[in-house]
Design a protein around this ligand. Sequence first.
Ligand code: NAI
Ligand code: PYR
Ligand code: MG
Length: 603
Amino acid sequence: MWKLARVAATRLTRSRRFSTAIPGPCMVHKRGADILHDPWFNKDTGFPLTERDRLGLRGLLPPRVISFEQQYARFMESYRSLEKNTHGQPNSVVSLAKWRILNRLHDRNETLYYRALIDNIKDFAPIIYTPTVGLVCQNYSGLFRRPRGMYFSAKDKGEMMSMIYNWPAHQVDMIVLTDGSRILGLGDLGVQGIGIPIGKLDMYVAAAGINPQRILPVMLDVGTNNQKLLEDRLYLGLRQPRLEGEEYLEIVDEFMEAVHARWPKAIVQFEDFQMKWAFETLERYRKRFCMFNDDIQGTAGVALAGLLGTVRAQGRPLTDFVNQKIVVVGAGSAGLGVLSMAVKAASRMAGNSEAVTRNQFFLVDKDGLVTKERNNLDPAAAPFAKAPGEIAGLSEGATLHEVVKKVKPHVLLGLSGVGGIFNEEVLKAMRESDSTKPAIFAMSNPTLNAECTAADAFKHAGDNIVFASGSPFENVDLGNGKVGYVNQANNMYLFPGIGLGALLSGARSISDGMLQAAAECLATYMTEEEIRRGILYPSVDSIRHITAEVGAAVLQAAVAEELAEGHGEVGPKELQHMSEEEIAEYITANMWFPVYSPLVHEK
Ligand SMILES: NC(=O)C1=CN([C@@H]2O[C@H](COP(=O)(O)OP(=O)(O)OC[C@H]3O[C@@H](n4cnc5c(N)ncnc54)[C@H](O)[C@@H]3O)[C@@H](O)[C@H]2O)C=CC1
Ligand SMILES: CC(=O)C(=O)O
Ligand SMILES: [Mg+2]
């Protein structure tokens, strides 16, 4: 069951610094200016003189050779001066300026970019990931300078099997795929949603050490139903309504077959699909391909780890989870994913049937409390709908405020995409919670879509709450030297480890057991002392360490379920015989780290 004290004794506080070990060579099939224009290989002024000679670069760069450390320091200096120069300007202006400077480096020199990202992940994650990535998607057509990733559109039907060979890398390990239909809480952004796979894959490189030459962000452009975009003359996607039904599925099928044909071991993460397709594609592909849906499955594991953390924060044994009353707001792919994983965990703990366990959970959507009396009740939400009369005084469609007042929940968890719906009235009602330490999870992204701000949560619900949000907020000063701690409850704590474990085990598919192992690993990561202080998740600074641990847990689960087919030279038998230490070593040894490798030209 849940092993509690397996807590990281050796936290990796700092990533490897500028090491003096000589890295292995890297084969390159180009020469001269082509190398300078390829961000995978470009070292800018960092090319040593001998390499300039070997690769036909002599004379194409200023003569002085600048070390990686100096280049890094120079970049950070310009980043810091940009911070200084934009001080006091509106948030969106500052964030976009920061995104631009990072993006320019990304486009020019990936080694330096990823080193800067890894070493400053806490500062940079909010730029390349939520919340700024949302703003970038919204302004994509204006910000577009050069493409990144691949774009498969409805017009490419019948061509995908050959198109996939247009991608220049021989091997791809990780693909993040979206159709742009539900980008964060921002709705249908069509082709502009490509920013999300790019941001997620940046996190894969930074947290899981996936080699950036082996990642592929993909946009499946099947049209958009966003009228504003359809009318925007600069819109870069297909100007047609979204494909529906079989026509839609044929496109996704063709893409999945094409990927599988070229890279049978690549892992495909589905991201930010509207709910109906999120569930349908997961069911359709999860046994046939090594894939998962991050919004349904990654989010569920992170939320479950947080829910278990709140039990510990109350000083109660984990088994008390089965007595917690949890109100989930949002009956979409994320909310329902959380509910189904949480129900399974609770029924395992209580030895109950899932039907009994469901009593402790309450589901609220845009039409209020979800009950079996709901007209056109969504079949996916039906298992969590309350029976008529099940809760005295609450009927179908009861408002969130009524539900909170009546239920007095231990946890209020928002995945609605609607900013501010945990308003003053709702938050004040949480003061009557039956918990000694009520928890408020405002998990919707980006920041403006969070159900409440951290400051409002502590102000209205009280100083003793546990708080988590999907996008980062500053800790809250509660006065008298007390601090209200802000957790970031974001699937970034799990998806990189799920992908890493699946990749290094060579998993045939991604099972519930592997996802459960990931969630358990995160749930047991924090110390009692941290949890008592309301800290439920590791700091973003240690994301590489938690990801390695999650990766190991996922790999072990894949081996135990006989889903592991091996990776590279390491076969399934060897995986089976690895000790825990050997697995940990195997994982970290396979995590890419940005250093300049000697480039060797190969024709
Ligand atoms: N923190 C994290 O790691 C994650 C956060 N999310 C966030 O969760 C949000 C929802 O994502 P999905 O479930 O995929 O979206 P979805 O569109 O599938 O579902 C949204 C749900 O919210 C409900 N809703 C809308 N207005 C409401 C209101 N006023 N009151 C109560 N419920 C309301 C809808 O009825 C629907 O059930 C997004 O903002 C997304 O950014 C999603 C995945 C991970
Ligand atoms: C974090 C994430 O996956 C989302 O907001 O959709
Ligand atoms: Mg998402």
